[in-house]
Design a protein around this ligand. Sequence first.
Ligand code: AHR
Length: 639
Amino acid sequence: ELKVDLKAEKKAISTDLVGIFYEDLNYAADGGLYAELIQNRSFEYSATEQASWGPFSFWDLVESEGGKGRLGLGNARPVHVNNPHYLLLNVEAAGVGVGIANEGFDQIPVEAGEAYEASFWAYQAYMGRKWGGAQEEEEQPMPMLARLENEAGEVIAEAEFLIAGREWTQHSATLVPIKSTDKARFVLLAQKAGGVAIDMVSLFPHDTFSGRKNGLRKDLAQSIADLEPKFMRFPGGCLVHGQGIHQYYDWKDSVGPVEQRKAFRNSWGYHQTLGLGYFEYFQFCEDMGAIPIPVVSAGVCCQHAGDSPNRGQEGLPLDEMPDYIDDVLDLIEWANGPADSEWGAVRAAAGHPEPFGLKYLGVGNEDAITSIFKVRFKMIRDAIAKRHPEIVVVGTVGPFASGEDYDNGWEFSRELDLDIIDEHYYVEPNWFWENQQRYDAYDRESAEVYIGEYAAHEPDRANTMRSAIAEAAGLVSFERNADIVRFASYAPLLSRRGHTQWRPDLIYFDATEVYPSLNYEVQRLFSVNAGDFALPFRVSGLAEGKKLAASVVHDSESADTIVKVVNGESEAISATIDLSSAAQRQFRMRAIIFAHEVASAVNRDGEAPVAVPEEESGSVGSRFDRSFPANSLTILRLR
Ligand code: AHR
């Protein structure tokens, strides 16, 4: 029996419990959420990212019908100092055209009738000279073509350009393909002998999420928005602190005009253009109605387990900390400062004069709680508290939510009187069942908890129903304790097929499709069936060790009492739901059931999901019996 006490005092809980953690790993940004279709658009790929990569990776030289040319690498007068390399296209004989072609991230899908912005920066590199030849009498502009071709080599869209002069200029045109293809080739051709310098070659769909320029891939962003996340933590993860002392993610490199952003190797070993940067993250949060929770490095790089007291951790030299801290304070000004402040002006110039309303700032990610960390964290925290007492600093308890770092992390948070602290755990499914009472015991006078990363890991890391249901069990325990657990986010969020570095993830995708996992459905169901008060309840008559967990919340907006029951057993469990403490005798009920009888079931790409939530509605009395299926999450909305 599950008996709800509707007369007892309700406990106010976080209304922002379920959100997302976005990190650029598994090609989540470039080739993922960022809608850019060209790979290596600024010729900045390098062997430091992958041994076989270089500035011309993913580009081919095209010499069509009688054409002859060469690709050279320029660095003498770049578009911007942050974007040091560019292509020098030397055309000896133009033929029908000489240029470059790109097939994007594995492939470029385009749809007939849809608009795509083709753009590039260029200047005429060898004015008036034929390659290797004599000075021409008159300098003629370089005619160029941008084309989309399908797999058969047919031109399905084309635009013409004229490149003249020695100054970098951006050229753009809208391409509207006359045929659809999943495997287009983008071709840029120079049409006369001579030279042209080229950089920032881009093909961008007009149709992005919320219609934003330099925006997000619509279907993928929509699948995230459908989670109705109450917050978004970004941009990592390990990505934030990087693997070496100066490898941290510098938010300043990620804002401003895209050609001025500083692409570099991300800590997951591939290229990040930072075209998807802080402005785009904040804008995405705003578009979804999610609280932005950016995370900055605590001035230490990624810790590695080891025997030394600092476990491999290194910190920024202390004399560099003041500058680093200024950067963190500048971030707050960039997000919240008036449009005429130094950094608020950068935000305003990007099209957002209104402040973004930053409230939370994560400092550090899973850092070992060493003296190196503590000194630097405290310096950052103190500076923020002094200049921006309105900002809530989110601390960290180290790599796992137990053990030495965890204890030290909590002790340190009490020493500093932190408001909220971030715990992470990647654990086997059973852990969530064995730790149902974890947060019941947390001291309500200490910091609140942000469970910034968690997931149930099967031995083979598959996204099974068992793992999804275990996470549902975790979520009911968070919800019951959401007076102290303010935020919780599954991790990681995204993974591109063929570029998966970490499993399991919440949403998989390829160039054309999005494949949400079973775990995704659990997150969504909790997010859209949240409440603002927790109600006390008692479960009785349940055999020892049975995997059944529950929470009961009240949602003031709908006036619904929401009972969530998670059954992790391989058979159904019947229970009486007792609401007889209510004055009312009859309830209208909407039941949402997410279940699969096979715990090891997983969704397969291209096939219908193995389990989808089913709904039924009707009316019930104040005591009613109900069967909760094997491996299920059942949500009863009672009014
Ligand atoms: O979510 C993947 C990684 O797991 C994160 O980058 C890191 O914080 C954690 O170890």
